[in-house]
Design a protein around this ligand. Sequence first.
Ligand SMILES: C[S@@+](CC[C@H](N)C(=O)[O-])C[C@H]1O[C@@H](n2cnc3c(N)ncnc32)[C@H](O)[C@@H]1O
Length: 246
Amino acid sequence: MVDPSLEATKRYYDDFATWYENERRPNDARGYHALIDDLELGALEPFARGRDVLECGCGTGLLLERIAQFARTAEGVDLSPGMLEHARARGLSVREASVTALPYADASFDVACSFKVLAHVEPIEQALAEMARVVRPGGYVLAELYNGWSFRALAKTLGPAGRISKTRDESAVYTRFDPPTAWRALLPASLELEGVRGVRIVTAAAPLLRIPFVGGVLRALEHRLMATPAAYFAGFAVLVAKKRGA
Ligand SMILES: C[S@@+](CC[C@H](N)C(=O)[O-])C[C@H]1O[C@@H](n2cnc3c(N)ncnc32)[C@H](O)[C@@H]1O
């Protein structure tokens, strides 16, 4: 049963589903979305290889499909039936649920991760507490936030809302930007923040990735910088938090 306060997000993503897939298929190795997905998986894989992994907000399954290739088991949950239809068509194991009320027993997974999702969840502390609850002691939560200290946050605050489908723009969904000073306080006491991985640190505008040589340099720099202090200024910040008590 989904909390009625999440209905707007659910409607937004149901409308978004086909557009979301079309934007990302065929998977364009030199495109913006491919870079973001590669960086997110680059952050996740060292913690998730050979482990039981839950992706919260798996959407159409673009990441979960790749996670399934290196994890021992890969499960997904998402709020939106429209997005999940695509994930099911990929043969993935998914359930319709909110990250704020995960339908799993305590300590069911080694890793719970979430990418491009938590910025749209108003009760974010509840979501992070749920992710921590379903992870085994010694396991990891990898939680991506929109960084309040980024050029992207400034551009999104000052600029017009981006189009997300024929009928809606980004203003149709709740979106939050959390600055590094707030990150630790969002986590439940059961999690210890071990590090941060930055996604989109130097790519000021997506079209730059298409320029020969410039695109290659930007991609290489993004990978090189993601685990450095520059991560604190990335557009997206992946918090790496370990569950206490192993
Ligand atoms: C931008 S998509 C990202 C999908 C996937 N993680 C990826 O990177 O391709 C965001 C997804 O989060 C889901 N979502 C938003 N709020 C959620 C919530 N409270 N619980 C579960 N999923 C949620 C949306 O339905 C949508 O499918």
